[in-house]
Design a protein around this ligand. Sequence first.
Ligand code: RAM
Length: 520
Amino acid sequence: MMQCIFNNRNDRKSELAKADRLAPETVTWSIPAKSVVTLDDDPGSWQHTKAVAAYPADLLKDKILSAKERLVLDFGETLVGKVRLKLESPQADSPVRLRILAAELPYEAKCDPETFDGGLGRAWLQEELITAYDFPAEIELPNRYSLRYLVINVLSCPHKSKVKITRAEVIARSAVGKDLPRPLPQWDNELALIDAACARTLRNCMQKIAEDGPKRDRRLWLGDLRLQALVNHVTFQRYDQIERSIRILCACKDDRGMIPGAVIMRPEPHNSSFILDYSLLFSRLLLEHCRFSGDLDIGGEFFPIAEKQLTFYRDKLDKDGSFNNPGYWLFIDHCDELDRSTPIACTAIRALESLAELAKILNMPESKINRLQEETVVWRNTLRRSSFDTDSGMLSSGSSRQFSWASQIWGILAGVLSPEEGRCILQDWEKRENIIKPVSPYLMHYLLEAFRMCGMENELTRTIRSYWGGMIKHGADTFWEVYLPDDDFFTPYGSDPRNNSACHAWSGTPGYFLRTIPER
Ligand code: RAM
């Protein structure tokens, strides 16, 4: 069902046409398979699976494969693109059938797709069944994948001539080019690897649109976009692609004027999810885009839409100034038990503050700027009165007075907690007990923002090293959608982690912080 309802369909069309004029030329490049690997059971490795190089892929051309044989190729880095194979079977008297699985992580490559039990659907697994009749056969697999590993199962092949895979390559693609930015000279190897993985994550997600994850969901999400825009600013600087995404999201607002959390591009762009915190992030995204790109016109053009997003929060405040959620999807983090009332109130406060800043750089009338600033102060004071816990010096959330990092982080970002209070709270944050912890790199990003706001640069870098560096130690070269250091098999989607994405836009922001360390 197409949910994109407009007062004027022509407006929507012309908005989308403006976005289309910014559609990128995709850059492509070829990466041959680097090695053939075995996928070994290893309790010490992430998800108990280790990819071990067996021999260089150059030797493949001499390797004769029989039916029921299985081969795992490693392309040396995570790439997004099409896979091409060349098969040889001289004087073949029957076809060759291959079952193929493209995978981002070793565990995903190791498991049989038949055992899949995830919540979002097996079709997200990157499987194909290929039959070749004439040899040599040059095959391009039908879909675009996000992969580092390619599992090839020979289901059937000629008894006599068997089959050889004489070439295997990924035709990689991205809207922002192939090369990653150089590391800064002051970094050690760990920081350089983290930064490169951030840039690679962004590069792989930047396709015809800014995707959240090129394996899944392959769509434009507002919350992910805001973080992509930060990394883009310090890497590829393709502000045209951020502008394109902003235009698409705005064109797909609903009949209330709410910007969707996500847009699916096919068969034509349409909204798919409405998340209040994402809609509220729009003013910040627009403000930062104006600052980064220097284009103030787009700020003026979309200011009214940014302002409108606040009404979805404001209209649901009761007479005491508390937000009564009438059924909005509030995201904040992939954490079921999280009480979201304080984090959402803080998100709204920050959105309003960003709107005031935007009004300022757009030279809007003083009276308007003052009005927005005054309302920010009222909202801040109201939340502080209802949620500040004097014993702990922290913000609680909801009627159960739940303590979570989400509330503290957003409380700091919204200015409900001062930087001094923030510093006390965030000191040794990992050691605190009885507080709901972040689950996704998305909320971890906001923790990094909170560190920066409190001037805690050492803590910030330490957290980048321990959390994102943790993924690197587990072999990551792009950053993952979810990462709980103590739970290899955690997934927000049912019980099978193979629906998780291992190259996810919202996880690549350390590069932004590492490249923008404030001067002392
Ligand atoms: C998941 C994806 C996406 C995110 C939403 C809220 O489906 O990880 O990136 O923005 O959740």
